[in-house]
Ligand binder design. Sequence first.
Ligand code: PBG
Ligand code: ZN
Length: 325
Amino acid sequence: MRRLRKRTLQPLFRETILQTTDLVAPLFIDEDATAKIPIGSMPGQYRYPPGEIALHVQSLYQAGIRAVLLFGIPSIKDEDASGAFARTGVVQNAVRSIKERVPGMTVITDLCACEYTSHGHCGIISHGRCGPDLDNDASLLLMDRIAVSHAEAGADIVAPSCMLDGMVHSIRTALDGSGYQDIAVMSYSTKFASALYGPFREAADSGYSFGDRSTYQMDPANAREAYLESELDAKEGADILMVKPAGNYLDVLSAICSIGLPVAAYQVSGEYSQIKAAAERGWINEKAVVLETLTCIKRAGATIIITYFALDAARWLTGNQEGPS
Ligand code: PBG
Ligand code: ZN
């Protein structure tokens, strides 16, 4: 095997080439912020004020990034997440300002309620026989309203992350009914109840006040169910499927690729913070580890990769600027 491993021959036989256009940058917009706020558990990541987000997105565009995924942190949270579908909500305003300044950037909006509810769960809570829980069908109506409000603001793709049954069909119908047939749905179709979302909950202020998310997100132990979740969303009309987190679930990702739709992989906050923490201590080489993880996620079949390393990786891939080493 070593005949083809001579240094000069290696590029000819590399099977997977990571590109900047494979990457999607997740971004946090804080309605109350007046300057960018560092996120303690995610070194190098910030909550941006509404007035600065478009400028930041422009710098991502200049680095070669062609898609962003927006999360909003609203001033006010309530029981029914009214900030999530407000015409001038934090995400809706951000979409408009980004589209005005950087029209070539694809804007994807995370479609969920947990940043907007006072209890921190991903939709409407009702009190059933087993105690309080996420009310599936009441929450679908909420997702429909959020989806249409994001489309109205100018989002290209909406990305429901609530793991409700029937969410894709419901959102697709609502978008079509409001004249947004051309807005794509990227479903967080196979989303595990992962401990790796810990740093994100600080970043997005979306921790919950009771219970956990295991009555709607998936058990990390289940691969067959993981496939079925994505297959159902494909049948409901999803344009893009997703596996989240990425690194621990490459078997699942690889299986889901056989459905035939594009598949996004989300390298989540905990995956980011683990690499950052080890790199800060000098225990690993950050650039090498990041490029290895992203390449392996692509090798497993991902069409696009949502990663907090997007900007650093873009710089490393194009070699036009030194990032952290
Ligand atoms: C909200 C949402 C979460 C993430 C993306 N959207 C958190 C959660 O489900 O608790 C996690 C992203 C990350 O950890 O980077 N529905
Ligand atoms: Zn949520």
